[in-house]
Ligand binder design. Structure first.
Ligand SMILES: *Cc1c(COP(=O)(O)O)cnc(C)c1O
Length: 362
C-alpha cells in the first residue's frame, strides 16, 4: 500500500509525512474512543475541541509564541489574507509598505490597493526576482500602518535570511511556503499568515497568528467573516471550520514535535537544500535561479542549458519516480520543492539523477 509512493516535489499541495497519512488512514472510519470518523463529527463536539485546542497548543509550543498573540484557523487560503490584512489593518487615509519579491507579493499589493494606499518599500523585479532585498535597500515609512513581506518566494525560489527591521511599525508576513521550516521569532511580527498546503497540512486551512493590539483597528463595517476579532472571540469556530484539514494539521504538528521541533527540522532542511545546491553549482551545467544569499531551502529553482533539455529532464525524472519538478512558467526550468515532509532520500535520488543526466547530456 505504501511501497509505491514516488518522490513528490510538488510546490503545493505538497507531500505530507507518511506516518501522518498512515495514522489518518488508520482512524478514518472510526477515531479511537469516538466511534465515528473525523469526517462526520460536529465541529462543536468534545473530540474536535480537543483536536483544535491541541493544534493550537502544539503551534504555541513549536514556535514559542509569547503572550498576547492569537492563533487562528481560517479559510480562503493565503489569498484571502491578501485582502483581510488591509481591510482590518489599513485605516482610511493611511498607507502600507509592501516589499515585492515575487508573484505572491505582487498579488498581495494588488488586493491592498483595492483597500487603500500602498507604497513599494523595495522590489527586486528588475532582477527577475532572483534575490530578496537587503535591509538597507528597504525604503520604509515610519508612519506606515504596517510593512508586508513574503518570507519565502515559492515560485522564484528565494527566501529572506533575516527578519526586516521595521522600527515600531507592525510587521506582517506571508509565510505560506516556509512556515515552521525552522525557528521563528514570533515577537518580531504583528501578524503572520500561512496557507497550510505547502508545509503544514492538506489544502483548506490558513494559519494566522495575530498580536492582540492589532485587533483594535478592525472597522465594524467590513463583512463579519473577514473580521479578525470575530474569529478570535469565537476561537476559529464562528462558522464551520475545515475539520478534517485541522485534524491532519494536528498530526503534522505532532510529527514535527517528535522530530525534535523546529531546531531539528531546521538542520534537516539545511542539509537537504545544501546537497541540492551543491550539485547545481558543481559544474555550471545547471544554473540556480536564485542568487547566493537569497536561496530558498524550500523551493529550489534551476535551469538547464536549453529548454529542449529541460523538457527531456522533466520527462525522464518523472519516469524515474521524481515527480513535480517542472518549474513555474514565469521562471522556467525546474523547481524542486523540498518541504519539511519531503524525505531526504528523495533529495539524494534527485542529486544522483541530475549527475547521471549531465553525464548523458553535458
Ligand atoms: C501558495 C502561496 C500563496 C497562495 O496560497 P492559497 O492558499 O492558494 O491562497 C500565497 N503566498 C505564498 C507565498 C504561497 O506560496
Amino acid at each position: 500500500m505504501t511501497t509505491n509512493r514516488i518522490f513528490n516535489f510538488s510546490a503545493g499541495p505538497a507531500v505530507l509525512p507518511l506516518e501522518v497519512l498512515e495514522e489518518a488512514r488508520e482512524n478514518l472510519t472510526s477515531m479511537p474512543g469516538v466511534g465515528m470518523s473525523i469526517l462526520e463529527i460536529s465541529h462543536r463536539s468534545k473530540p474536535f475541541d480537543e483536536i483544535i485546542e491541541g493544534a493550537e497548543a502544539d503551534i504555541r509550543q513549536l514556535a514559542g509564541i509569547p503572550e498576547g498573540y492569537h492563533v487562528l484557523f481560517l479559510q480562503g487560503g493565503a489569498s484571502l489574507q491578501f485582502s483581510m490584512v488591509p481591510m482590518n489593518l489599513l485605516p482610511t487615509g493611511g498607507t502600507a509598505d509592501y516589499v515585492v519579491t515575487g508573484a505572491w507579493s505582487q498579488k498581495a499589493v494588488k488586493e491592498a490597493k483595492r483597500v487603500g494606499a500602498v507604497k513599494i518599500a523595495a522590489t527586486t523585479e528588475a532582477d527577475n526576482f532572483s534575490r530578496v532585498p537587503r535591509q538597507e535597500e528597504l525604503t520604509l515609512d515610519p508612519g506606515s500602518a504596517y510593512v508586508h513581506y513574503t518570507t519565502n518566494n515559492t515560485i522564484f525560489g528565494t527566501e529572506f535570511g533575516y527578519v526586516p527591521e521595521v522600527g515600531g511599525v507592525p510587521l506582517v508576513a506571508d509565510t505560506s511556503s516556509d512556515m515552521f521550516s525552522g525557528p521563528i521569532d514570533v515577537s518580531k511580527f504583528a501578524l503572520i499568515y500561512a496557507g497550510a498546503q505547502k508545509n503544514l497540512a492538506p489544502a483548506g486551512v490558513t494559519l494566522v497568528i495575530v498580536r492582540d493590539d492589532l485587533l483594535k483597528r478592525t472597522p465594524s463595517s467590513i463583512p463579519t467573516m473577514l473580521q479578525y476579532p470575530v474569529h478570535v472571540e469565537n476561537k476559529s469556530l464562528y462558522n464551520t471550520p475545515p475539520v478534517f484539514t485541522i485534524y491532519v494539521m494536528r498530526l503534522v504538528l505532532r510529527w514535527l514535535l517528535k522530530q525534535g521541533g523546529l531546531p531539528a527540522i531546521d538542520a534537516v532542511n539545511t542539509r537537504k537544500a545544501d546537497k541540492l545546491y551543491a550539485e547545481i553549482d558543481r559544474t555550471g551545467f545547471y544554473k540556480a535561479h536564485a542568487q547566493p544569499g537569497s536561496r530558498s531551502r524550500m523551493n529550489v529553482t534551476f535551469r538547464l542549458p536549453s529548454e529542449a533539455l529541460e523538457k527531456v529532464f522533466a520527462k525522464e525524472a518523472t519516469a524515474a519516480g521524481l515527480d513535480g519538478l517542472k518549474g513555474h512558467r514565469s521562471v522556467g526550468g525546474m523547481r524542486a520543492s523540498i518541504y519539511n515532509a519531503f524525505p531526504e532520500p528523495g533529495v539524494d535520488a534527485l542529486v544522483n539523477f541530475m549527475r547521471a543526466f549531465e553525464q548523458r547530456n553535458g
